[in-house]
Design a protein around this ligand. Sequence first.
Ligand SMILES: [Zn+2]
Ligand SMILES: [Zn+2]
Length: 226
Amino acid sequence: MPHSKGMRLRVNGIVQGVGFRPFIWRLATELKLTGRVFNDTGGVIVELNCSAAQAGEFAELMLQQLPPLARIDAMHQEALDLPVFSSFAIDVSQSGIVTTGCAPDAATCPDCLSELFQPGDRRYHYPFINCTNCGPRLSIIRQIPYDRASTTMVEFTLCAACQQEYDNPADRRFHAQPNACPDCGPHCWLETPGGEPVASETPFQALGEALRDGQIVAIKGIGGVT
Ligand SMILES: [Zn+2]
Ligand SMILES: [Zn+2]
């Protein structure tokens, strides 16, 4: 592969699990820059076939348009020899000594809330709805880099519809690691302290009734027990 002068940006902060790589992909594609982005254990690395001035412009736009859950603590820019890439790609994560942080879990975002209460939506009343801008993060991660295989969601194989969202850079759920739906994701059910399932079509209503009756309940989500 031919090489030429390029730029590498190292970004540290809360940049994993917040839609940062898809965001970088969109920005680079919009600016018609080639290169790649990948997570490493220190944060995110962006490599661009471009001049220092173009990289500066890229960094400025990046800071202006950050995804809602992302936070940048430090950024370093260096010139180096890079392969000449034919497009901009999201590359595999690199492992090593962990120094990056992970985002905390985030409350359901307005877009997900409107789907949640939209009759006919495929996630209508689905309690585990989430997207790149909301949902569980820290409580489901087992190790960094933050990829689905490193989370408790690894046990749930994405259905075709969810996989399509996950793979589509234009979708709000592009690379959303906890992406799920009623067909492929976790379900909720009620059980007695002894582990006996309680038959109920509407577990949350039954839960409310149990609370009203003065019973004690524990709620276990994909991130742990409340
Ligand atoms: Zn959301
Ligand atoms: Zn699904």
